[in-house]
Design a protein around this ligand. Structure first.
Ligand SMILES: N[C@@H](CCC(=O)N[C@@H](CS)C(=O)NCC(=O)O)C(=O)O
Length: 213
C-alpha cells in the first residue's frame, strides 16, 4: 500500500492525520504544502483536495481529504491500535468531542476564514481567539460530563489515547498560537499533558516537521 500525505507542518488538521498514522505505525511519503505561500490553491493541488485544504492522504493513487474520513479509513483498514473505544457510548462521546473541534471550532479560525474577516493581523487573532474560546468552553464542560458518566481517565476519554485527543491537542496548539488563556480549562490541559507524553504525539508534533531556517 502506498500512502502519500500532503500536509503543512503547523496545520492542526494535518497533525491529526500525521498522529493517526504514527499511532498505527504506518509509514508514508511526506509532501509539504506551504499554506503561507498559497500552495493549497494551486490547481494541481485542488485537483486532489477540492476545497484546497490540507491534509490530503493519497492512498494507492486515490486522494482522500477531511481528517475525519481519513481517520475512519485508517481505523477500518488498520483497526489496531484503535482510535475509538469499543463501548458504543464511549465511541459516541469520542465522536462528539472530535466534532466539537472539527465542526465547531477549527473551521472558524482557519487561515482562509481569518483572512476573509480582516486583513489586519490583530483583528484576525481577536476573531480566532473568540471562536477558540467558545469551543474550549464547550469541550471543558463536556469533559466534565464524560467524567460524570464514568468515562473519564488520563486522556480525553478513558485511559487510552482516542481520536478525541488527536483533535483536542492540535486545537490547543492553535489556542496558544492565538494567545488564548488556558487557565479556565483544567480538564482539557490535563488530558493534553497525557497525550503530549505519548510517542505518537511526539513523532507527529509540528516541531518535528518545521522546515529548517
Ligand atoms: N475539516 C478539514 C479541515 C481542513 C483545514 O481546514 N485545513 C486547513 C489547515 S488546518 C487549511 O488547509 N487551510 C488553508 C486555508 O485556509 O487556505 C479536515 O479535518 O481535514
Amino acid at each position: 500500500m502506498s500512502l502519500v500525505l500532503h500536509h503543512y507542518w503547523r496545520s492542526s488538521s494535518s497533525w491529526r492525520v500525521r498522529w493517526a498514522l504514527a499511532y498505527k505505525g504506518l509509514s508514508y511519503e511526506s509532501r509539504a504544502v506551504d499554506l503561507l505561500k498559497g500552495a493549497q490553491s494551486d490547481p494541481s493541488y485542488v485537483a486532489q483536495s477540492p476545497m484546497g485544504l490540507v491534509p490530503c492522504l493519497v492512498i494507492d493513487g486515490r486522494p482522500l481529504t477531511e481528517s475525519v474520513a481519513i481517520l475512519e479509513w485508517l481505523e477500518d483498514t488498520h483497526p489496531e491500535p484503535g482510535l475509538y473505544p469499543r463501548d458504543a457510548w464511549a465511541r459516541a462521546r469520542t465522536r462528539q468531542l472530535v466534532e466539537l473541534v472539527n465542526s465547531g471550532t477549527q473551521p472558524l479560525q482557519n487561515l482562509a476564514v481569518n483572512r476573509h474577516v480582516s486583513s489586519d493581523l490583530a483583528a484576525q487573532a481577536a476573531w480566532a481567539r473568540h471562536w477558540i474560546t467558545r469551543g474550549l468552553e464547550a469541550i471543558e464542560r463536556e469533559l466534565g460530563v464524560v467524567a460524570s458518566e464514568g468515562l473519564g481517565g488520563a486522556f480525553a476519554v478513558g485511559n487510552a489515547l482516542t481520536a478525541a485527543d488527536l483533535y483536542l491537542v492540535p486545537q490547543l496548539y492553535n489556542a496558544r498560537r492565538f494567545a488564548v488563556d488556558l487557565a479556565p480549562y483544567p480538564r482539557i490541559v490535563a488530558a493534553e499533558g497525557a497525550a503530549l507524553a505519548t510517542d505518537s504525539c511526539r513523532a507527529s508534533h509540528p516541531d518535528a516537521f518545521q522546515p529548517a531556517g
